[in-house]
Structures are given as C-alpha cells and as structure tokens.
Design a protein around this ligand. Sequence first.
Ligand code: ADP
Ligand code: NI
Length: 221
Amino acid sequence: CRSNDAIDKNEVITNTIAYVQNALEGEGTGHDWWHIDRVTKLTKKIAEKENANMFICIMAALLHDIADEKLNESEKIGIKKVRSWLASQSVDHEATEQIMDIITSISFKGGNGLQLNSVEAKVVQDADRLDAIGAIGIARCFVYSGATSSPIHDPFIKPREHMTKEEYRHNKSTAINHFYEKLLKLKDLMNTETGKQLAIERHRFMEMFLDEFYEEWEGRR
Ligand code: ADP
Ligand code: NI
C-alpha cells in the first residue's frame, strides 16, 4: 500500500523512455537514442554495485543529453524543457533537484572538471564516459569526424593541445587525434571503482586498435 501522492517510479521511467526516444529521433551528432540506451544500461550496472539511488540514476541517464545545446536554442531552454518534463510526471522537488544537478554538472562543456556532488552524478558520468571509449567509442569517434568532415588521420596535424591558437582556429583536428585529446584520458577520470574496472578493457582495446592502425598506416602489415 502506498500513499496517494507517491508516484509510480516504473511508470515514470517508461514514460520518460518514450519521451526521450521521441525527442532524439533523427539525432545525428552522436546523441542518438541508442547512446542513451547504452548509457542507461551501464548506469544500472554501476548504480547497483555502488549502492546509488536507482531511480535518480536512471532518470538522469535517460535525460542527460536532452538539455544539450546542440538540441536546443540554448542551454537555459534545454534545462527548462527537462524541468517541465519532470513536473509533468509529478516527480517531487527533492528528486527533481537531484536529477537536474546531475544533468547540469555532467553534460555541459562548462561542467567538465566540475566537482560532482553525489554518488548518483558520479555513476552517470562514468556510464556516459564509458560509452565514449572501447569499440563503441571508436565507432562514435569516426562517425563524429565524418559528420564534421575531419580526416581520419594526418601525421602533420598535431593534437589540439600542441597547436598554437592560430593553428587551432584554422585546423580541424583528426579522428586519431581525438584519441589523444580525450578518449585515452577517460580511463583515469572514472569516478567509481566499478567505472574504473569497466574502463580497463575498453581502454586496452583502443590501444590495440591504435597499434594496428599505425602498423597498417606505415604499410608494415
Ligand atoms: P557527450 O556529450 O556524450 O559526452 P560529445 O558531445 O563531446 O559527448 O561527443 C559525442 C561523441 O563524439 C563522443 O563519442 C565523442 O568522443 C565524439 N567526439 C566529440 N568530439 C570529437 C572530435 N573532435 N573528433 C572525434 N570525435 C569526437
Ligand atoms: Ni551522453
């Protein structure tokens, strides 16, 4: 028996899945529904091991890219959109603030490097980062590069951190450089023990991929 005003969490999750699927239909920037689906699966797995609040984690994972500036006129409008969705589902004030805190601290460029307030935020950020590495991460990297007309590789284009401001402005980076600029760094940025464990294999796979890539690039294999 539950009180009248307690929401049915499973129903809210089911409704939110449909809402997000609909909102991300045709998304081509690497934030398609299947990214959300994978991140939600990883979130469940990590949340269980880390004893995090499952409802908060799942909701934040499902909604984490909805407020992204790529999908909205601005971040502000995106955040409003997520808030009104939670209100429409009668999610209470405390849970709403927890979910919004996760979304705003992990999904924005400005949020990178921000101190995370809750174990739930750490879980969802780890899940999102795991989807950027390993075989899936490699695939997403090349899709993004293709979509932005960046080359696969160019030995004369340095990783961004080694570019001068002028080079940075004029040069597109490359898919291979993105490994050094971001993907190979993610393993050491994991927040949770479970995230760290899951990152090891995925990281190793990327290193193997790069070894093979350079062998083939030089015509040695
Ligand atoms: P998210 O918001 O999911 O953390 P991003 O929007 O930064 O990720 O990127 C989406 C996907 O595109 C990720 O897999 C990321 O690694 C990839 N990506 C982002 N920037 C680049 C880039 N400059 N070159 C290649 N891949 C990129
Ligand atoms: Ni994401």
